[in-house]
Ligand binder design. Structure first.
Ligand code: IMP
Length: 190
């Protein structure tokens, strides 16, 4: 069965293809000839994920799923949240991390969580899956691996950042790993 994953991120595609196995052929946006910028203007993770999935279904006719992710920091009222990618600059991780550290300078509560929401449209039904990992924001960057805010995020129960953990360990407990496994459990149960 063919299913579109509304992304062109090679790392995410590979991760999902590995977990799903051979029953589903996962197509990327490039695979279906979609090269336009899909709007993400909803203001919530759920809304953005649904907006992307509906866009693909309505314009290209494929059953599909889409994800939206961000970092929610308690002392900042949930910021950067849906603005995680462009908190300080457009997709500039270093500037984003600098801004986060500045905003937390005076705060004692450094708790935070990553949240991923996946919206699936399949057989005329919309289903949402959520993955959360709780942790805290380190005082400074540690590690070279991963991407985004990984050098600053220490998951609960660990004393190293996502950057220091390596991809396999990170995927086992991460927001995205958890949401993807819920999606795959659902698909494999059909
Ligand atoms: P996206 O929706 O997966 O593109 O994620 C939006 C933004 O959230 C990214 O640009 C990163 O700044 C941040 N982000 C998402 N997932 C992760 C992660 O696993 N580690 C660190 N930062 C992440």
């Amino acid at each position: 069965m063919e299913l579109v994953f509304a992304t062109n991120n090679a790392h995410k595609l590979e991760e999902v293809r590995q977990i799903l196995g051979s029953r589903y052929r996962i197509l990327s946006l490039a695979d279906i000839g979609c090269h336009e910028d899909i709007p993400e203007t909803a203001g919530t993770f759920q809304g953005n994920a649904l907006q992307k999935a509906r866009f693909v279904k309505e314009r290209y006719g494929y059953d599909c799923f889409a994800d939206d992710t961000g970092l929610e920091v308690a002392a900042l009222g949930g910021e950067p949240g849906v603005r995680s990618a462009r908190y300080a600059g457009d997709h500039d991780s270093n500037a984003n991390m600098d801004k986060l550290l500045r905003e937390l300078e005076e705060k004692t509560d450094r708790s935070a969580q990553f949240r991923t929401v996946i919206a699936l449209i399949l057989n005329g039904q919309e289903v949402l899956f959520e993955g959360i990992v709780k942790g805290r924001i380190a005082a400074e960057r540690h590690g070279n691996g991963g991407f985004g805010y990984d050098p600053l995020f220490i998951p609960d129960g660990y004393d190293e950042t996502f950057s220091e953990m390596g991809p396999e360990s990170k995927n086992l407990i991460s927001h995205r790993g958890r949401a993807v496994r819920k999606l795959t459990d659902y698909l494999n149960s059909l």
